[in-house]
Structures are given as C-alpha cells and as structure tokens.
Design a protein around this ligand. Structure first.
Ligand code: GRA
Length: 385
C-alpha cells in the first residue's frame, strides 16, 4: 500500500491548482452572478490537456489516467464547482465513451474536437419521467431509410444549451430487457433538435437544460457501439462521471473548509477570534477529517481503474455517496461558522451551499448509491459485475 502521489500526479495537481486559483477562483463569484461560463476558460483548460486525460495521444489526449482526472477535478472544483462540470462533459461522459466504443471514424471526428474544446459535449440520459430508473428511457430511436429517427425529451442535461454534440441514450427495442437501449452521437445542429435552459438553485455558471428531439434523423454511422448496447455503455461510463462528481464534491468541500478556517481566524467575538472557541475547533475538525476520508475513497476508486479494475461500481458508490454527504455537511458547517454573513450573497459560502446540494442529486442520487451498496452487502445484487 502506498498513499503517496507519483511525481507526475503531484506535478499535475500543483499545475492545475495554480491555474484554478489564478484563472478561475477570482472570477467564480462573478460568473455565478451572471450565470456565465466563459468559453475562454474552457479553451485554457483544453490547452492544458485536462479534457484529454482519459484518451491517448493519437486523439489529442494526454492519457494521464483516472487518478489524474480526480486530482484535476478536485482542484477545479475548489475554485468553482460549476467549472469542474466541464470535465464530465468534455471528457468523462463523451470523449472517453467515444474512445471506448466508437468506430475509427467517430473517434477521429469527435475526440480531438472535444479534447480541444472546439466542440462542446454533453450526454443525455435523464428525461421528465426517467430519473433514477434509467432503463425506462422513453426517447425512441427508430431505424428508417438508413437513419435512426429520434423522438423524445431529455431534461436536466448539463451543457444542453451550449453543447455541439451529445451522446444520447434512447430506446431502440421496447420489448427487450437489458438490450432496450442504444447510444447515439448526435450533432445538436441537426434539424428537429431544440434546447431550453433550466434555472437552478446553484451551479449557475454550469448551464443545464432540456433537449427536445422531434423527428431528428441521426445517420446510422452515429450509433455508438452496437444497437442494444446502450445500457452496457451507460453503466460502463457512469462510474467514471461519478468519480468526477465525487472528486468535485471533495474540491468544493475543501473550499468550504478553507473559508471556514479563514473566517474563524479573522472574526472576533467576545474579545477574541472565534477560532479560539472549542465549538468552532470541533466543527473544523469534523469537516477536515470527513473531507480527508472522502478524498481517500475517491482516490481509491480512481486508482483501482488505473490498475485495470474498471468494474468497481461498489467502491465508486462509496466514494460518490460519502463525498456528496460530506460536501453538504461542510457547506452547512461553513455557513454556520459565518453566521449571518454566510447567508449573504456576496460571501462565497452562500454559493458553496447552493452548489453543494447538486452532489446529492446528480450522477445517481445518494439513495441510488445507498441501494447499490445495500443490495450488494445484502447479497441481493452484486455491484461489481
Ligand atoms: O443484465 P441485463 O441484461 O438485465 O442488463 C443489464 C446490464 O446489461 C442492464 O444494464 C447492464 N449493466 C451493465 N453493463 C455494464 C448493468 N450494470 C452494468 C455494468 N456495471 N456494466 C440493466 O442493469 P440492472 O442492474 O438491471 O439496472 P437497474 O436495476 O435498472 O439499475 C438500477 C439503478 C438505480 C442502479 C440504475 O438505474 C442507476 O444507476 N440509476 C441512476 C441514474 C444516474 O446515475 N443518472 C445519472 C444522470 S447523468 C448526471 O447526473 C449528470 C451530472 C453531471 C455533473 O454534474 O457532472
């Protein structure tokens, strides 16, 4: 067992920390207020090779691996939880999947463009009536005259309103069980595609929206993998975007802790800094220890994948569930420590608090992860298949 990061990992961590603290953190509050995600910041991330960390050089990637992806995401999220979402959109849920399942033509057409942020990506799973129960996806894809015709509505899709390309999961065989779904690479400028923004509690500089497909003709060549392989592609990639989310939760939790520490040292009550009071020390200790534990779970899940253990659904669920709860508790504690100032819009902790809730909802709610873990322990369904 070795808990130390390699020289390469430390280098990646330190460079992304510098970049995120200099180029993202100072502007995160203002981007949040305006609800904007400047394309320039995504281009800078692309130049640093961050979006290519799970694809090899031949497609413009850096192939840094999963632990590197987690380290990068954590650093980005400490600066802005919204901006870290781009890792899932450009890399983990799109380029990675196309690399894993795509034809040589699909790889050449889409991966370098996603990695370089020339095209913005997204993946579309959720629907108005389909959240946790993904196998019930209703969006239909019917093969007609050499093209798949897509009809249906996707909602809560990150990057929906700015993306050029989406991996869309749709039903190709309503009668089938495990083979009901297929995955498609859809250019979002295809006639029949419309998008609408959704206004949210937090993550304001991470656009989210609906995508509506009305008789959208997707060329047969844009089927990802085989027809009927959608569930296996989806469940094969969810662990990666989940590690991305869990790392994001750790980064945001760290931002909460840093602000709590800073404020506790500055704020004076009863004639001394509130850091002198044991209740503050106790809160900070709980935050620090639980963030450390969450980080170790995230690193372990990412490291396992780097070792070739890619069916680690159970360990990924431990990390995602735990980190999502830790960030919510950390945001709550940071707000408590700030008192009324924590409730003020101009203090970053109120943004952290709004952003933190996301992690208990996306990429499998905390209850989805509880059921994956609980059913595994109770012998009802094995998580690592
Ligand atoms: O065995 P079979 O033939 O019956 O079929 C199963 C198998 O083929 C089928 O899926 C396949 N499969 C797998 N293939 C490869 C299942 N697991 C794997 C695997 N690990 N690898 C169905 O499997 P099942 O077990 O019968 O599925 P289920 O019972 O329907 O699963 C329930 C469950 C709740 C676990 C699942 O539906 C689930 O995980 N739901 C959560 C949905 C979710 O995570 N949505 C995420 C939305 S995207 C998002 O949030 C974006 C956030 C962006 C950001 O902030 O970064």
């Amino acid at each position: 067992m070795d808990f130390s990061l390699s020289e390469e990992h430390r280098f990646i961590q330190e460079s992304v920390r510098r970049f995120a603290q200099n180029e993202i953190a100072p502007f995160a509050q203002q981007w949040d207020e305006k609800g904007e995600l400047p394309i320039e910041i995504l281009q800078q991330m692309a130049e640093l090779g961050l979006f290519g960390c799970l694809v090899p050089e031949e497609y413009g990637g850096t192939d840094y691996g999963y632990l590197a992806m987690a380290l990068i995401t954590e650093e980005l999220s400490q600066a802005s939880s919204s901006v870290r979402g781009a890792m899932n959109m450009q890399c983990n849920g799109t380029a990675f999947n196309i690399y894993k399942h795509g034809t040589p033509q699909q790889k050449e057409k889409y991966i370098p463009a996603l990695v370089q942020a020339e095209k913005l990506g997204c993946f579309a799973i959720t629907e108005p009536d389909v959240g946790s129960d993904v196998m019930a996806i209703k969006t239909k894809a019917e093969l007609k005259d050499g093209a798949y015709v897509l009809n249906g509505n996707k909602t809560w899709i990150s990057f929906a309103t700015i993306a050029d390309v989406a991996i869309v999961y749709a039903c190709t065989d309503p009668q089938a069980k495990g083979e009901r779904l297929s995955a498609f690479i859809v250019d979002l400028d295809t006639p029949g595609v419309t998008t609408k923004p959704i206004h949210k509690l937090g993550s304001h500089s991470f656009p989210t929206g609906e995508i509506i497909f009305e008789d959208v003709r997707v060329p047969k060549e844009n089927l990802l993998g085989e027809a009927g392989q959608g569930a296996s592609i989806l469940f094969g990639s969810l662990p990666v975007t989940r590690i991305g989310c869990a790392a994001g939760a750790v980064g945001l939790a760290r931002a909460c802790l840093n602000e709590a520490v800073k404020y506790s040292r500055e704020r004076k009550q009863f004639g001394r800094p509130i850091a002198d009071f044991q209740m503050i020390q106790s809160t900070v200790a709980d935050m620090a220890a639980s963030i450390e534990a969450a980080r170790l779970l995230v690193y372990r899940a990412a490291w396992q994948r780097d070792q070739g253990v890619t069916n680690n659904v159970l360990e990924t669920s431990y990390a995602k569930m735990f980190a999502a709860n830790v960030v919510m508790e950390a945001a709550n504690a940071a707000l408590d420590i700030h008192g009324a100032y924590g409730y003020a819009a101009e203090y970053p902790v109120s943004r952290y608090f709004r952003d933190a809730k996301l992690y208990q909802i996306v990429e499998g709610t905390i209850n989805v992860h509880r059921l994956i873990i609980g059913q595994d322990w109770l012998g009802l369904r094995k998580a690592n298949r």
